[in-house]
Write a protein that binds this ligand. Structure first.
Ligand code: ADP
Length: 452
């Protein structure tokens, strides 16, 4: 069921319940007051007839005649007069005799003073009446046709009014629900137009900040984030293809030139060396990309285990020394790390080593002595690894960009690279719920701080 129909139905149901209670109370109180008023009417009629019979001494035959004449036109009250010994003194219509008086009934009227009850919609009263020094019991009964007709009319009026009101409320409710939900319908149409090819489209939101406008704003912010990440993905892919194409194009060009005509041996050696260096660049890039993909996994899919940080650091240094024998590492353990247990962290050893290799390689690569210091210490109750070099440093304006994939600083001409190392390291440290910070000064050196 659509929301607007559900809202209108709920609203109508609520109003229907209120109206029903309201109508029932009105009908019940009208019915009660009709009954009370008619008992009073019966009393007056009974007294009038008793007066005619007992005080004015009107003959019973005359009273009968009046009763019969009136009965043809109106619902005449049928009156009977008894003495206290249950002797019938007068009866309007003995042949009809609607009220079957009994000795007990007369006795009960004498006891309580009066009697009121209903028999098949006919209301009955019994009362005491005194004239001279004698006491009498009068009973009277009649059908309140006028009162019942009025009550029936009231019932029909109430039913018609309730039905009409509910119909009006339902349709007015639908109209208003439609008006209230119109922005959602519009939003739906606008969202349907947004696809991967036009992620720049946004939902139009009203100036007055209601809940729907807030929803629209939140959705637009989500689209901003999606568009940014979509753009950076596109940028990433185009950077990769560019990085791969450059060394591949160089290899192809050199090999084609070597094959175009006969060359001397030295030329061929040089060509092969160039091709080898370009191929190594491609392998390094593809390895970095593979690690980047691994670090982008869902953290729940990566195995974390207890790892000794000092062992990972030594492995990273050994790996780098095998790659470049000129690299020199100075490994220090601060006295704040007082036991071996303090070196243990929950980590993925492979990824942690990749992160350290990147930092250590940069530190050696960007310093003339190809040397750096690694220090392990406890800072703010967290295991901290600092990679410190006294190299060429990073320019202030580069510092905020160096964690963006493929970004290379102004000092890039100093050594070759591909701009993947630091973003990859940052991703790995984030995956370990750690932090990576950098402090650098051009000409003085750089310190990278990992806190786990
Ligand atoms: P790459 O080293 O392959 O260029 P990285 O992502 O590892 O890529 O580093 C990005 C940039 O940050 C480098 O190009 C360089 O400009 C700067 N950088 C990183 N580490 C250092 C460092 N220890 N000293 C000086 N510059 C650095």
């Amino acid at each position: 069921m659509r929301i607007k129909t559900r809202l209108s139905l709920l609203f109508t149901l609520l109003v229907a319940s209120i109206l029903l209670v309201f109508a029932s109370v009105i009908y019940w109180s009208s019915s009660k007051s009709r009954e009370i008023e008619f008992y009073e009417e019966l009393e007056k009629e009974a007294i009038t007839k008793a007066k005619l019979f007992l005080e004015a001494q009107v003959k019973p035959t005359t009273l009968h005649k009046i009763y019969l004449n009136n009965s043809e036109i109106i619902n005449e009250v049928e009156v009977a007069v008894y003495d206290y010994d249950f002797n019938l003194l007068y009866h309007d219509a003995v042949e009809i005799d609607r009220v079957k008086e009994t000795k007990e009934m007369i006795h009960s009227i004498i006891q309580s003073g009066s009697l009121h009850y209903t028999q098949e919609d006919w209301q009955v009263i019994g009362m005491k009446y005194s004239f001279g020094d004698r006491n009498y019991i009068i009973t009277a009964t009649a059908y309140d046709e006028y009162g019942y007709t009025k009550l029936q009319n009231l019932f029909v009026t109430i039913v018609v009014l309730v039905v009409i009101s509910l119909l009006v409320i339902y349709f007015v409710g639908l109209f208003f629900a439609d008006k209230v939900l119109l922005p959602i319908t519009k939003m739906n149409d606008e969202v349907n137009k947004i696809t991967a090819t036009n992620l720049d489209l946004r939902i139009s939101t009203k100036k007055n900040k209601d809940e729907l406008a807030a929803l629209g704003d939140t959705f637009n912010e989500m689209l901003n984030r999606l568009e940014n990440s979509f753009d950076s993905q596109k940028q990433f892919v185009s950077n990769i293809s560019h990085e791969l194409r450059t060394p591949l194009a160089a290899i192809i060009a050199e090999l084609e030139l070597a094959l175009s005509k006969e060359q001397d041996k030295a030329y061929y050696v040089q060509t092969l060396q160039n091709a080898l260096s370009d191929s190594q660049k491609i392998v390094r890039l593809s390895n970095s990309l593979l690690d980047f993909a691994k670090a982008s996994y869902d953290p729940t899919e990566i195995v974390f285990k207890s790892v000794r940080v000092d062992e990972v650091i030594i492995d990273a240094c050994q790996k780098l020394q095998r790659m470049n024998a000129s690299y020199k590492f100075n490994f220090l353990i601060d006295e704040s790390v007082s036991s071996e247990e303090m070196m243990i962290v929950k980590a993925n050893p492979y990824l942690l080593e990749v992160a350290l290799v990147n930092l250590l390689e940069n530190a050696c690569k960007f310093s003339e002595q190809n040397a750096c210091t690694i220090q392990v210490l406890y800072l703010d109750y967290r295991l901290t690894i600092q990679v410190i070099d006294k190299g060429i440093g990073i320019a202030q304006e580069d510092l905020e960009h160096i964690f963006i994939p493929f970004y290379r600083g102004q000092n890039q001409n100093y050594k070759e690279g591909n701009g993947i190392g630091l973003p990859l390291t940052n991703k790995i440290i984030n995956l370990h719920k750690g932090t990576l910070q950098v402090v650098s000064k051009v000409g003085e050196g750089t310190t990278f701080t990992i806190q786990l």
